[in-house]
Design a protein around this ligand. Structure first.
Ligand SMILES: C[S@@+](CC[C@H](N)C(=O)[O-])C[C@H]1O[C@@H](n2cnc3c(N)ncnc32)[C@H](O)[C@@H]1O
Length: 198
């Protein structure tokens, strides 16, 4: 999907994935001491705003202006500040060093994914954390949701291979329940957490 298609998808008043953070973002990052954070492919800002509420100085990047505008409204309603940056990740270079880089459900072609992950790794300050969660390849046979193009789906091995120089703290598959018209179903995500040695 290009930025226009994402703008269209975000043009409804409702938030696509609610205004609450992704459950794995909340569970894994709640205990991190706040610092400078970067959310790449931030969408409507649910994760960036949640982190800002916990004291993080957040920059949120996405190529959907409509998505980020909803993020801005959410941050205003919650009384926090986020730096919203409309940019294509194909050409965006993170400015400076971050204590946290978050990438949630950026399901793009492998070459762009590699570029973004390597830039994310390079943008980490010493001791900084990169946290990545996305639809796993195994959804094609065992789970639901996400793109059906295998190239755009994650595996823990493919994600960690694009994080050179980092220490991998966690890399695996996690399951979440999603409510569908025909009842609850299971979606499988790749989850990777890594740090740059201090
Ligand atoms: C599934 S949404 C996830 C949004 C958010 N991370 C979340 O978890 O709520 C994927 C996002 O990736 C963004 N995206 C896809 N390709 C992009 C690119 N090349 N540059 C910037 N953003 C991109 C889309 O605009 C969309 O907001």
């Amino acid at each position: 999907m290009d930025s226009k298609q994402w703008d269209e998808r975000y043009s409804r008043a409702e938030y696509e994935w609610t205004t609450e953070p992704n459950q794995f973002v909340a569970a894994e990052l709640a205990g991190l001491p706040p610092g400078r954070g970067l959310d790449l492919a931030a969408g409507e800002g649910r994760n960036a705003v949640w982190l800002a509420e916990r004291g993080w100085k957040m920059t949120a990047v996405d190529f959907s202006r409509v998505g980020l505008e909803k993020g801005r409204r959410l941050s205003e309603a919650r009384g926090v500040t986020v730096d919203w940056v409309v940019a294509d990740l194909a050409s965006y270079s993170p400015p400076g060093a971050f204590d946290l880089v978050l990438i949630a459900y950026l399901q793009v072609e492998p070459a762009l994914r590699t570029t973004v992950l390597r830039r994310a790794a390079a943008a980490l300050a010493g001791g900084g954390t990169v946290f990545i969660v996305g639809h796993d390849l195994s959804n094609l046979t065992e789970g639901v949701g996400g793109p059906q193009d295998p190239e755009r789906l994650y595996t823990p091995e493919a994600i960690t291979a694009d994080l050179p120089g980092l220490s991998v703290l966690r890399a695996g598959r996690v399951r979440r329940t999603v409510n569908r018209d025909d009842g609850p179903a299971v979606a499988i995500d790749t989850l990777v957490r890594a740090t740059r040695p201090a």
